[in-house]
Design a protein around this ligand. Structure first.
Ligand code: SF4
Length: 208
């Protein structure tokens, strides 16, 4: 059944991509940090001016906190986000040879980077098998019966155990798209859902 779910999602979303706009590895790190408790659309409205004002890693690392705060204000939690962005860029410059690291262990040392962000960076920057457990992935994999529980780390472990590694990153991107247009949090559009035959919540099936 998992294979059929993967195939159905592939057919519906042939080219899944991260919705955040970026051109460099550190810009993706920054955009993902801004996206916490915020929509990707809002982040994409904010980042053009932010990346224009700070066009290099050095510019971010040397930025004045209050000026970054002002630019990211509308993303919410702007004080924490601005501080993390500057500190993380300083760390990239001073510890990581100006590159976003390519291991979970090192990524988690960066200010403001948790497992969700680290997974996204590993998948999108380095093509590594990753499982980004955002709110859509947690909700929908529970509905489908692929995972159980709301804790991101536990859901990540469960999904890593069943997803083919080469599929996992794109699978999560597809699930996010699916969560936005069909398996919506409050009112899933089950009548038009291609995953209905495989959905535990809809049909009572229990096995992945
Ligand atoms: S049948 Fe409904 S609950 Fe199940 S995956 Fe589709 S939209 Fe979501």
């Amino acid at each position: 059944m998992l294979k059929q779910i993967i195939e159905a999602l592939k057919e519906r979303y042939p080219e899944p991509k991260c919705a955040l706009h970026y051109t460099t590895d550190y810009e993706l790190m920054i955009a993902v940090r801004l996206s916490a408790q915020c929509t990707d659309a809002r982040v994409n409205l904010v980042t053009p001016a932010l990346f224009a004002k700070y066009p290099t890693l050095d510019a971010f690392a040397d930025a004045k906190l209050e000026e970054v705060e002002e630019l990211v204000h509308s993303c919410g939690f702007y004080k924490h986000k601005a501080r993390d962005i500057i500190l993380a860029c300083q760390m990239l410059r001073e510890v990581y040879d100006r590159k976003v690291p390519d291991t979970m262990e090192e990524l988690l040392k960066l200010p403001g980077v948790g497992r969700k962000t680290a997974n996204l960076l590993l998948g999108d920057l380095y093509g590594q098998p990753s499982v980004v457990c955002d709110t859509h992935v947690i909700r929908i994999t529970n509905r489908l019966g692929l995972a159980k529980g709301k804790e991101p780390e536990k859901v990540e472990t469960q999904l890593r155990a069943i997803l083919p590694p080469e599929e996992s990153s794109d699978f999560c991107h597809r699930i996010v798209l699916f969560g936005r247009d069909t398996c919506i949090a409050r009112k899933p559009l089950c009548a038009q859902c291609p995953l209905r035959p495989f959905c535990k919540e809809f049909s009572g099936h229990t096995e992945p």
